[in-house]
Design a protein around this ligand. Structure first.
Ligand code: NAD
Length: 472
C-alpha cells in the first residue's frame, strides 16, 4: 500500500545525463584516490556535519518551518537533534565497526586466519523525501561517509526550502570532491538514475521505489528502499488508556501525521472504544488548545495536492474529533474518524496526514487478522498491560519494527535496525546497520607458505580421500 501519487511527469534526460555523468565521474575519481577510506577523513566529515547542525540550526529550523510549518522544538528533536545523536553514535563506534573482524577458521583451511574486512562501496546515491526532508538526507549521508563512501544527495523538491538549504550547506562543510547535492524533481532524478552508482538509498513511496529498483537493475546496483505503509496501533482491553492517548496523540499528530511510522489507524477493544475516543478528544485540546490552527506547536500539510487528497479521505468515516480544515493555510485539525468500513479508501492507502481512523474489534485475534489482511507495515504498535498479548501480536504479525506501549520511539534506538519488510521496504539503517548498508564485507583468509600438505592436490589417493572426508 502507498499513498496516492500522480503519475511521473515527462522526462528530458539527455542534456542532464551528460552533466550527471561528469558529476558522478568527478566524485568517483575522488573515491578512487583512496582518500575517503582513511578513518581521519571519515571522522573529519562526521565532525563537520555535526558542526553544521550546531552552527546552522536556526537556518535549518527556518527552512523546516517554511516547508512544513514545523515548530522549532519538533524540528530540533526529530531532525537536527536526532541527526546529531546518530552522528555522535557513529563517531563513538567507528573504530570498532571498521576493524577487520576475526572469525574461526575450520580445520580444512588451517593453518590460517580468517577475517572480515570492511570495504566502502564507492559512490552512493541518496534520494530523500519531503516529510523529514533534512534528517532523511543527512542521516543516511552520515552513514555513507562513516563507511568511507562518496555520495550524491538528491533532496526532495517537494520540500523546496530544505532542499535549497542542503544544496547550500553541504558543500560548505563537507569535502566538495566527495559529496555533491543535486536538486530537482522527476527529470533530474531520472537522469541521475541513468548513472552507475555502487548503492542507491531511497526513502519515499513504493511506486517510485519500483522505478528506483528497475533503474538500479541496469547496473546491478544494490538498493535500500525505505518505504511506507499503514502502521497499525492495537489497544487491548487491559491497556492503560490515559497513557495510550497521550502517546498516540503525540506520535500521530507530530509533523501533522506526515511521518512514515505514525500510527495510521487504531484497532481498539470494543469495550474501550468510546472511552478511548473521549480521552483522545480531551488530549487534543490539552496539547493544541481549542483551535490547533492557532497553536504554535502544530504543523501544516506539505502542499495543496496532499491537502485535497486528505480531505477526500476525511469523507470515509464519521468525524468524532476535529475535522476542520483551511486549504489556504494548509491546515487540517487533528482528526479522529469512527464508523470506518474496512474496505473504504482510507483503509486501503497510507493516510500520511492528521486523520486517525479508530475501529472497534472484539479481541486481539480479530486485530491480528485485520493487520495480516494488509501489506506488511513499516511499524506496529500494541498497547497492553499483558505481556502475553504483546508477545502474541509480535509473534503473529510481521512489520519492519514495533514498539510496545508507545509509538514511533523504536526509531530512536541507535542499535536497532530501521527498515521495512515486504511492501514497506528492503534493507535497513541506523547505527551499525547504516554503516553495514554502505559497506562491503570482504571475506579474507590468510595463509602462510610454511606448511603445504599434498593431500588436496592430484593425483588423489585413497589415503587423501579418507583424510579429506574426515576434515571437511
Ligand atoms: P517525495 O515525493 O519527496 O519523493 C521521494 C523522492 O523520490 C524525492 O526525492 C523525489 O524527487 C523522488 N521521485 C519522485 N518521483 C520520482 C520518479 N518518478 N522517479 C525518480 N524519483 C522520483 O516523497 P514521497 O514519496 O511522497 O514520500 C512519502 C512516502 O515515503 C510515504 O509512503 C512514507 O511512508 C515514506 N517514507 C518512508 C520513510 C522510511 O524511513 N521508511 C521515511 C519517510 C517517508
Amino acid at each position: 500500500m502507498s499513498i496516492a501519487h500522480e503519475p511521473a511527469g515527462p522526462t528530458t534526460a539527455s542534456a542532464r545525463d551528460l552533466d550527471y555523468r561528469e558529476l558522478v565521474d568527478h566524485v568517483r575519481r575522488r573515491f578512487e584516490s583512496g582518500r575517503t577510506k582513511s578513518l581521519d577523513w571519515r571522522r573529519e566529515q562526521l565532525r563537520a556535519l555535526k558542526r553544521m547542525l550546531k552552527e546552522r540550526e536556526a537556518d535549518i529550523s527556518e527552512a523546516l518551518a517554511a516547508d512544513l510549518g514545523k515548530p522549532p522544538l519538533e524540528g530540533y528533536a526529530t531532525e537536527i537533534g536526532y541527526s546529531a545523536g546518530s552522528i555522535e553514535h557513529m563517531l563513538k563506534h567507528l573504530d570498532e565497526w571498521t576493524t577487520p573482524r576475526k572469525v574461526s577458521t575450520p580445520l580444512v583451511t588451517q593453518p590460517g586466519s580468517s577475517r572480515i574486512y570492511k570495504e566502502p562501496l564507492g559512490v552512493v546515491l541518496i534520494i530523500a523525501p519531503w516529510n523529514y526532508p533534512f534528517q532523511l538526507a543527512v542521516a543516511p549521508l552520515a552513514a555513507a561517509l562513516a563507511a568511507g563512501n562518496c555520495a550524491v544527495v538528491k533532496p526532495s523538491e517537494v520540500a523546496a526550502e530544505t532542499s535549497a538549504l542542503l544544496a547550500q550547506l553541504l558543500p560548505q562543510y563537507l569535502d566538495q570532491a566527495a559529496v555533491k547535492v543535486v536538486e530537482g524533481g522527476v527529470p533530474e532524478t531520472t537522469a541521475l538514475l541513468e548513472q552507475r552508482f555502487d548503492h542507491i538509498f531511497y526513502t519515499g513511496n513504493g511506486k517510485v521505489g519500483r522505478i528506483i529498483m528497475a533503474a538500479a537493475a541496469k547496473h546491478l546496483t544494490p538498493v535500500t528502499l525505505e518505504l511506507g505503509g499503514k502502521s497499525p496501533c492495537i489497544i487491548d482491553e487491559s491497556a492503560n488508556l490515559d497513557i495510550a492517548v497521550k502517546r498516540i496523540a503525540w506520535g500521530k499528530w507530530t509533523n501533522c501525521g506526515q511521518t512514515c511510522i505514525a500510527p495510521d489507524y487504531v484497532l481498539v477493544h470494543r469495550d474501550r472504544h468510546d472511552a478511548f475516543v473521549r480521552k483522545l478528544s480531551r488530549t487534543v485540546v490539552d496539547f493544541w488548545g481549542d483551535d490547533a490552527q492557532q497553536s504554535k506547536d502544530y504543523g501544516r500539510i506539505i502542499n495543496e495536492r496532499h491537502h485535497r487528497r486528505l480531505m477526500k479521505l476525511m469523507e470515509c468515516g464519521k468525524v468524532a474529533v476535529g475535522g476542520r480544515a483551511d486549504e489556504a493555510d494548509r491546515f487540517i485539525a487533528p482528526t479522529v474518524l469512527t464508523g470506518i468500513e474496512l474496505d473504504s479508501p482510507i483503509m486501503q492507502e497510507e493516510i500520511f496526514g492528521p486523520i486517525l481512523p479508530v475501529i472497534a474489534v472484539d479481541d486481539i485475534d480479530a486485530a491480528i487478522r485485520i493487520v495480516n489482511q494488509g501489506d506488511k507495515p513499516l511499524a506496529l504498535y500494541i498497547f497492553t498491560e499483558n505481556d502475553a498479548s504483546a508477545e502474541k501480536v509480535l509473534q503473529e504479525t510481521s512489520s519492519g519494527g514495533a514498539t510496545v506501549n508507545h509509538v514511533v520511539l523504536h526509531y530512536a534506538v541507535h542499535d536497532l535496525p530501521f527498515g521495512g519488510v515486504g511492501e514497506s521496504g528492503m534493507g535497513a539503517y541506523h547505527g551499525k546497520y547504516g554503516f553495514d548498508t554502505f559497506t562491503h564485507e570482504k571475506a579474507v583468509l590468510k595463509k602462510g607458505t610454511g606448511l603445504d600438505p599434498a593431500l588436496m592436490y592430484p593425483p588423489y589417493s585413497s589415503f587423501s580421500e579418507k583424510i579429506l572426508r574426515k576434515v571437511t
